[in-house]
Design a protein around this ligand. Structure first.
Ligand code: NAD
Length: 497
């Protein structure tokens, strides 16, 4: 397997962005970024320190408070900058594609969608939102509360300085789903990407500086190997809002750190979503879709359905069909257009997944497909697509997020039982239901307590569709109008008459 090239022309990616300047870390420290499919070192990233973060927060605060170049008050300017960023990223699509495959291990087919092209195009949606929003002054008319004749208005204003803290699994999608609406609303931003994918963030920083008019201080990017920088951002009193995507365990820490200064938190967290097959569904096509979904990007998607709930009478048939598709998909080279399941991002993630595979056996489960590393791939962090059977929904393997190409099949005893099992989870991010009867499918979709549901293969992922979680899957919604409004404050003004 050869490393994808083609991103070199993006320039030096060992840089951060602070106050409109591309810089190494003040300490000159660096850390390496790897290709997870080959284990080759791609190069080094700037290892930002607390001092670098302090400077980035300071400049973001200053840019917001001084309304740099009318950033917070000129929505047409912001819309123009967002379209410049979209156009520039589209101009670099092939370099960014090569980088995303090399650094994230993302299968090339996904870069035409959620891994790259879709979120870049959605910057246009963010620009449209910026233009549609001019303070949204709503006239509530006159009234005489407490005997004082008053004219009342409600205004919306940018929330302020946003800390964007992101994971590694879909770096462009998650970053742009935060930056697009935050910048559209007139906020300023400090982005702290995951240590596993610093170059994707540095490429964005470089393109923003070199090819857009985004003013200095409005967008800052601090790469670092040190997770503590995320904790500092969450606690810093100069930050108004933390927009976080990552695990529920870290989200809990973010919320705790933000509590000290009562800052707003927006959390997109983990999931253990159910793929429900009803007894009148076409088992073959439902099984194929469940297998494909669980294998996509090696299962490294928070909204991927990882519990397969099938009617008890059809359990063996469904397991055989799902296992067959998972075996056929296998785990492969992400540069191959036919690959659905590439590597997982790091040795640490592979170890974690292998820990869960061992736990599944200890809990009494068996593997209908996979169960370990694929043969013939001595290099790269690969895990075979794995289907676990023999467990019920109380097993830890069925309850905890594994974040690998691992699906747990569980029998159900009818629609109500399927809903009960689906909802028996601390998470509530997504889900799917398949049925030959649209009304039955809708009834189930309405009863599952999650932020998104797919009915008979429907795809909800799109820039205009709000995405987020119930329960411990998060607070707030990303994307769509709701995702834009997360970055606004509400102000009421009454004028005495
Ligand atoms: P993670 O929680 O380990 O890290 C996410 C980010 O938080 C990284 O940038 C990390 O450096 C930072 N961080 C670490 N400790 C911190 C702290 N104490 N305070 C503030 N920031 C801190 O997650 P990960 O392993 O990078 O990503 C995988 C997880 O992300 C999975 O649980 C997955 O479900 C979740 N995820 C959720 C969504 C969603 O939209 N709901 C999307 C993608 C991934």
């Amino acid at each position: 397997m050869s490393a994808p090239t083609g991103y070199e022309s993006l320039g030096d990616l060992g840089v951060m962005l602070v106050d409109g300047k591309l810089l190494p870390a003040a300490s000159r420290g660096t850390f390496t970024t790897l290709n997870p499919a080959t284990e080759e070192v791609l190069g080094t990233a700037a290892d930002g320190t607390p001092a670098d973060l302090d400077a980035a927060i300071g400049t973001a605060r200053h840019a917001f408070d001084t309304d740099v170049e009318s950033w917070t008050t000129d929505p047409a300017f912001r819309a123009r900058c967002l379209r410049q960023l979209r156009d520039a990223m589209q101009g670099h699509a092939e370099e960014l594609r090569a980088l995303t495959i090399a650094e994230v291990g993302a299968p090339v087919f996904l870069t035409s969608g959620a891994q790259l092209e879709a979120p870049v195009a959605d910057l246009g949606f963010a620009a449209d939102l910026a233009e549609s929003y001019d303070g949204w002054k709503v006239d509530l008319g006159e009234a005489s509360p407490m005997g004082m004749r008053s004219q009342r208005w409600v205004l919306r204003e940018p929330a302020g300085v946003v800390a964007a803290i992101t994971p590694w699994n879909f770096p462009h999608q998650i970053t742009l789903a935060k930056l697009g609406p935050a910048l559209a609303a007139g906020c300023t931003v400090v982005l702290k990407p995951a240590p596993d994918t610093p170059w994707c963030a540095s490429a964005l920083a470089r393109i923003a500086v070199e090819e857009t008019d985004i003013p200095p201080g409005v967008l800052n990017v601090v790469t670092s190997a040190d997770h503590h920088l995320g904790a500092m951002l969450s606690a810093d009193p100069r930050v108004d809002l933390v927009s976080f995507t990552g695990s529920t365990a870290t989200g809990r820490k973010v919320m705790g750190a933000a509590a000290e200064t009562i800052k707003r938190v927006f959390l997109e967290l983990g999931g253990k979503s159910a793929f429900i097959v009803l007894d009148d569904a076409d088992i073959g096509s439902a099984a194929a879709m469940a297998a494909f979904t669980a294998c996509t990007h090696a299962g490294q998607g928070c909204a991927i359905t990882t519990r397969l709930l099938v009617p008890r009478a059809k359990f063996d048939e469904a397991v055989e069909a799902t296992a067959g598709t998972m075996r056929a998909l296998g785990a492969g080279d992400p540069t191959d257009p036919g690959t659905v399941c590439g590597p997982v991002v790091s040795a640490r993630q592979r170890d974690r997944i292998e820990g869960y595979l061992k736990l599944a056996v200890d809990e009494g489960g068996t593997f209908a497909a996979g169960g370990g590393r694929p043969a013939g791939r001595p290099k790269g962090f690969f895990i075979e697509p794995t289907l676990i059977v023999g467990l019920d929904n109380s097993a830890r393997t069925a309850r905890e997020e594994i974040f690998g190409p691992v699906l747990v099949a569980i029998p159900h005893d009818g629609d109500d039982d399927a809903v009960r099992i689906a909802n028996d989870s601390p998470y509530g991010l997504s889900g799917a239901v398949h049925s030959g009867d649209r009304d039955r499918a809708w009834a189930v979709a309405r009863k599952v307590r999650t932020g998104t549901m797919s009915v008979n293969g429907g795809v909800w992922y799109s820039g205009d569709v709000p995405f987020g979680g119930y329960k411990q899957s998060g607070i707030g919604r990303e994307m769509g109008q709701a995702g834009f409004e997360e970055y606004l404050e509400t102000k009421s003004i009454a004028e005495g008459l």
